[in-house]
Each structure stands twice: as C-alpha cells, then as structure tokens.
Design a protein around this ligand. Structure first.
Ligand code: F6R
Length: 226
C-alpha cells in the first residue's frame, strides 16, 4: 500500500475502521509518505445516532488514526454523516463525491464475525449501494467492546453498499484472530451467497487477503466451493 501511495497508483484510498486496520494505519504513519497529501480518503461506513465528537464515531476514529498524525487536510477525508437529517440524500451525495474522485483505487476491508463487509450484514444484495441500514445483533454484540454497554451500541448505520465496494479497483481484506476463522472460511470456501456478504469478493478480479494463522484456521486444502 505504501508503494501504491508513493508511486501515485493509489490516489483514492477506501478506509475501514475497527481494530483490523490499526497495524496498517500505524505502518502508514511512519515514515510518512510524502505523496499522502495527494490522497483522498473515503470511509466505508458510519454509525447513526452518535454525538459528533463521540470517540467511536468513525470520523473521529479516522481523524485520530490518520488525519491528525499525518497532518492531512481534513477536507480530504470523506465520511458519511450519521447525523444527516436526510440520510438518503447524504448517501447519494457520498456516492457522487466518490464518483467525482474517480472511484476507489485501493479499498481496505475488515470482516465481521458474521461475514459482513462495511456494514453490509447477511442478506445484503451484491448490487446494494450506499444506504441507511440496521446493524445485526451479532455486530452490535461484537462492537460492544468499544462502548460502555451493549445498549449504547447504535442500532443503525450508513454504509457503502456491496455494489459500491465491489467497484474498487483493488481490495485488501485484513483479518486476525480465531473469532474471524469461520467468516473467512465461509467467505473463501463456502457458497457465494447473501448469507456471507464477504463471499461476493470472489466475484472481484483483484482481492488480497492478509490474515493470520488463527483467522485462517478453518480454511481447508480441499479447494473452494466453486
Ligand atoms: C468498519 C467496518 C466493519 C469492520 C468489521 C471488523 O469500518 O466496515 O466491516 O471492518 O466489523 O471489525 P474489527 O476489525 O474491529 O474486527
């Protein structure tokens, strides 16, 4: 990714939040790539209903991890506004900004324990676009570790759609730990279907998985389902 930023191949970077990309973001921060000032950042998703300065607000997260430490122009970070009065208009505006920037050169993804990417929960359509949607209860329970109580985890979010994500030119999916093993195995070797949104990545021509042994533990050597 650093090479892509330095060479100019990555001018639009799609960024995930959560714990998976933290080591990658640390690695980007030092040494600082000079050409990072030319990169536009588009976030995958945002919670609905958190106060603007809340530490788990994804704009706040990305400012903390990338914008402030790298001294970036905050105008180059595009994050859906989870407090927008008209969420549909907000999502349309986000898609328009993404299109105007030329589309995502490299999309960083994590994967939910239920196989979600972005906040496209099981059942999401592979052609879905950026939209307001509900978080799965499993996702709320997984993310409760970042909040004081399960009850304070938002119930809704704005997320890039699967169709939007799959338009990225290259995708890098990061997963670590045993909690991701089942989702990784189902995404890579199970059927391509809405029960495991990440399985649609198999329809994309340029996806790299960077996973540790624990997350790879349920992959078999018997070949993919198709
Ligand atoms: C975050 C996002 C989610 C996370 C996923 C994994 O922007 O879109 O899909 O990538 O829930 O989260 P972590 O990395 O915290 O396990």
């Amino acid at each position: 990714m650093r090479a892509g930023i330095e060479s100019g191949a990555v001018r639009v970077l799609g960024v995930a939040t959560g714990s998976s990309p933290l080591p990658l973001y640390r690695a980007i921060r030092a040494p600082r790539p000079q050409s990072i000032d030319d990169v536009e950042f588009f976030a995958l998703d945002e919670y609905v209903g958190l106060p603007p300065g809340h530490p788990e607000n994804y704009r706040v997260f990305l400012e903390r991890e990338l914008v402030h430490p790298l001294g970036l122009d905050p105008a180059r970070l595009h994050v859906l506004d989870g407090g927008a009065a008209d969420p549909d208009a907000e999502c349309r505006g986000f898609e328009a900004a993404l299109g105007a920037a030329g589309g995502v050169d490299l999309q960083i993804l994590g994967i939910g324990s239920n196989g979600h990417i972005g906040f496209n929960e099981p059942g999401s359509s592979p052609t879905s676009r950026t939209r307001l949607t509900a978080l799965a209860e499993r996702t709320r329970a997984d993310n409760a570790r970042f909040f004081d109580t399960l009850g304070s985890v938002p119930t809704h979010c704005l997320t890039q759609g699967l169709g939007t994500i799959l338009e990225a030119r290259r995708i890098l999916l990061l997963a670590s730990g045993p909690g991701k093993a089942e989702a990784v195995a189902r995404a890579v070797q199970g059927p391509v279907d809405p029960a495991v949104p990440a399985s649609y990545l198999r329809d994309h021509p340029d996806v790299t998985l960077l996973i540790d042994r624990d997350a790879a533990a349920m992959l078999t050597t018997e070949g993919a389902h198709r």
